[in-house]
Design a protein around this ligand. Structure first.
Ligand code: DX5
Ligand code: ZN
Length: 223
């Protein structure tokens, strides 16, 4: 089970120090939300931020592209040091090419799905991806409440994974705290993006450890 703290909830004036804090707390992944002010109604940061953070940590850099034209961003983020790039299924007939491009850059391949989008949309791509990112809030902003209606998608993703004998990770993103992390783990998620749910705690390390323990326990129960 992997926890991926989201830098979106960190102090934007101190990205380097915040990254080191997350690293020292023991996180394996760092989730980086890239917003273009078009695909979503917010702007975050670009490849230059990833480039300056890369030498500070060995954490796996999980780049989530909430962008209308990821075509122009894949190479810059790959060069900047991303380990994985995730594009949205809502981009329609461009998805196949985008997934192929990520793979050809030697990076792990992610596909994301928004809450209103149905799971049949992602089914054709399941054998081409390393991670399916199920949005559990509408993307654009941190700190939103978890949408419970997304849980059956996690169950569906897990059922397909077993049926089709595939090994993609199931990542949940949005409104993940101790409680909702447990619910998602119970439904079959194995990767948990958490921004506010971790950063709101004064003791980040203790919060991360607690969330890890909670999801590991769910995994133990399920196995
Ligand atoms: C939402 C982003 C999330 C965000 C989650 O648009 O994709 O990764 O950082 O933040 P929290 O955990 O605060 O909901
Ligand atoms: Zn995200």
């Amino acid at each position: 089970m992997i926890i991926a703290p989201s830098l979106l909830a960190a102090n934007f004036g101190r990205f380097a120090a915040e990254t080191i804090r997350v690293d020292r707390a023991g996180a394996q992944w760092l989730h980086l939300d890239i917003m273009d002010g078009h695909f979503v109604a917010n702007i975050s940061f670009g490849p230059e931020v990833v480039r300056v953070l890369r030498p500070l940590t060995k954490m796996f850099l999980d780049v989530h592209l909430m962008c209308s034209r990821p075509e122009i961003l894949l190479e810059p983020f790959a060069k900047a040091g991303a380990d994985q790039m995730t594009v949205h299924v809502e981009l329609g007939d461009r998805v196949t090419r985008l997934l192929w491009k990520i793979k050809s850059l030697g990076k792990k391949v992610g596909l994301a799905i928004n809450p209103p989008t149905g799971m049949p949309q992602v089914e054709p791509y399941l054998n081409q991806i390393d991670v399916l990112l199920i949005m559990t809030v509408n993307p654009g902003f941190g700190g939103q409440p978890f949408i419970t209606e997304t849980l059956p998608k996690v169950q569906q993703a897990d059922a397909w994974r077993k049926e089709k004998n595939l090994h993609y990770r199931i990542e949940v993103d949005g409104g993940i705290d101790f409680q909702t992390a447990a619910e998602c783990a119970h439904a079959g998620a194995d990767t948990f993006v958490s921004g506010t749910g971790l950063f709101k705690h004064r003791n980040f390390k203790a919060a991360l450890r607690k969330m890890q323990k909670i999801v590991d326990e769910q995994a133990r129960i399920r196995s």
